[in-house]
Design a binder for this molecule. Sequence first.
Ligand code: G3D
Ligand code: MG
Length: 170
Amino acid sequence: EFRRVLFRSVIIVGLDNAGKTTILYQFLMNEVVHTTPTIGSNVEEIVCKNVHFFMWDIGGQESLRSSWQTYYSNTHFILLVIDSTDRRRLEISRTELNLMLQHEDLTKSCLLVLANKQDVKGCLSAAEISNSLKLDLIKDHNWHIQPCCALTGDGLNQGLKWMLAQCGEG
Ligand code: G3D
Ligand code: MG
């Protein structure tokens, strides 16, 4: 049986300490078939059904945020990781998100927001984060918010499922 193979590039963005690296590591651990070893210090190939996702883990420190742009060309998915316990910096994430969504290289990108650290008592729910980020106002990108816990991997498969659906798969 012939199945077409799709390649999709993904940037994992979010503030420092949000859980980006932990999430990428979980995706790798849960992969059914490991086709490639690490191909770079901050990019991994995750194969899911017939889709090869190239996931770029981009640093979130303030000094690095301006360099996010160098990763933007050909990006199919923006994976925005939010630390659901970090109420104080949610506003910064909102500002960074709006800047990204206006960028000409990202006009066709889909947005998956991962509301991470849901295991921590008293954290914000996905709905609360959605409200704070004003996701409802986003009309020109396909978006989805998924609660998750990177430590256990809870919620990450649902996130991947949504991404596959955006690729016309699964
Ligand atoms: P970053 O790559 O976005 O900077 P990291 O973030 O993946 O390095 O994670 C930052 C810290 O948050 C790590 O703790 C990591 O273990 C923790 N973390 C990531 N995801 C979760 C989660 O879902 N729940 C909880 N409770 N913690 C999480 P350390 O202590 O190693 O700095
Ligand atoms: Mg990191």
